[in-house]
Design a protein around this ligand. Structure first.
Ligand code: ADP
Length: 377
């Protein structure tokens, strides 16, 4: 069976032209894309009930259980399912005046589905006179070539030699809406189980430690950095000083001992994550140099980012009103006012947040992280 479905309200089943094989009442079939299996309750050939039907019959198939299939999904034989793939080799017959452009999105129409696709590269062109394979950078009218295609959504594809309906497609130019090529699928190039989007390359763990005065910009840069890294698909975690103090370090105060203990705990968790190949973004005032150095030694794969803004600037920003309360004596121990801050001596990155935009600071740290991860492999 290879049936591209069209839900059929009249028969409470799924209709379509049988693209291969046969369907029989009682057969177990595979439903794509879910991969679920189901049993056929009844078969209608051109609207008439029958025991079985063979390709290319226009059939309606009713399943024993209610299943959710929509237009363009497929009912397939479990023993010979089509490849669910977004990356394949195909033969193209170029039918347009304008030449093929590699790496540019086209529309690819396959069965009843239309997906966005790019022709990644031309493997070779076939000389129609001699059948010789020629290297080629471009395709022109009537050229025949072997190409590699990536689609933005997976297709349910059979090799053209096995199934002419589910193995063929056309390519449409997005601007002109003209059909520019006819294609025949040859070989699935996607590894089994692989996502259709490119996988994230292996990366090691790294602790990115943002230190600086309150209101210097640690949380802001940490959040921006996290988002940039998340968009690249990195395995990530963040440990923000304010949040850690509500959970991991609940009950600790702001004496030097308690602050050291807080940093030690953050460092311990960051170390565990780093060891498991996670990129950890830590935002914590961490005022004491010795405490930070100890954590760096313990973790190893470590990037120290000094988020630097003059005290006056931080005090002027005062987003949480803490400086005001500290000046009024309501917070007896406050870094920069009544407790020391020891700036890093050799930070890996410095962000001068009084003269850089948030985007500039984030970009600077992001680039340093990518460099560090490349070097760590
Ligand atoms: P911290 O986490 O260090 O206490 P926050 O990130 O909570 O600091 O607050 C820093 C404030 O400074 C935010 O209001 C942010 O918009 C502002 N700011 C201005 N320029 C920058 C910059 N380049 N980087 C980070 N924050 C900046």
């Amino acid at each position: 069976v290879q049936l591209v479905v069209r839900p059929d309200a009249t028969f409470r089943g799924y209709s379509g032209t049988l693209a291969g094989g046969r369907v029989r009442t009682g057969d177990v079939v595979r439903l794509l894309p879910s991969g679920q299996e189901a049993r056929i309750a009844s078969v209608l050939d051109a609207g008439e009930p029958c025991e079985e039907a063979a390709a290319p019959a226009p059939v309606t198939v009713c399943l024993e259980e209610e299943r959710d299939l929509s237009r363009g999904d497929m009912i397939a034989c479990p023993a010979e399912p089509p490849a669910v793939t977004g990356h394949f080799r195909a033969t193209l017959i170029w039918m347009a005046q304008q030449p093929l452009r590699c790496g540019v999105p086209y529309l690819l129409k396959h069965t009843t589905r239309q997906v966005c696709a790019t022709i990644e590269r031309i493997l070779y062109r076939t000389d129609i006179q001699t059948l010789e394979r020629m290297p080629s950078q471009e395709l022109r009218l009537n050229d025949i070539a072997e190409v590699e295609i990536e689609t933005h959504h997976p297709l349910y594809l059979d090799p053209y030699d096995e199934n002419r309906l589910t193995g063929s497609f056309i390519v449409i130019d997005m601007d002109s809406n003209l059909t520019v090529a006819a294609g025949m699928a040859r070989e699935n190039l996607q590894q089994e189980g692989a996502e259709s989007t490119p996988p994230v390359p292996f990366h090691r763990g790294l602790t990115v430690w943002l230190t600086g005065l309150s209101a210097a910009g640690k949380t802001t840069i940490g959040t921006g950095l996290y988002e940039r890294l998340a968009a690249r698909g990195y395995r990530l975690e963040k440990l923000d000083g304010d949040i850690v103090r509500k959970h991991l370090s609940m009950g600790l105060g702001f004496s030097k001992e308690d602050r050291d203990e807080n940093i030690r705990r953050i460092g311990f968790v960051a170390g565990l994550l780093t060891r498991n190949n996670v990129v950890v973004v830590v935002s914590a005032i961490s005022p004491y140099r010795a405490g930070r150095d100890e954590v760096r030694q313990h973790i190893g794969s470590f990037l120290e980012v000094y988020v630097d803004a003059p005290l006056e600037v931080c005090e002027q920003r005062d987003p949480k009103g803490l400086y005001q309360r500290a000046r009024a004596g309501a917070i007896p121990v406050f870094t920069g006012i009544s407790a020391p801050y020891e700036p890093p001596e050799r930070p890996d990155v410095v962000c001068h947040t009084d003269r850089e935009t948030v985007e500039e600071s984030v970009e600077k740290v992001f680039r340093a992280v990518e460099r560090a991860l490349r070097e760590a492999v």
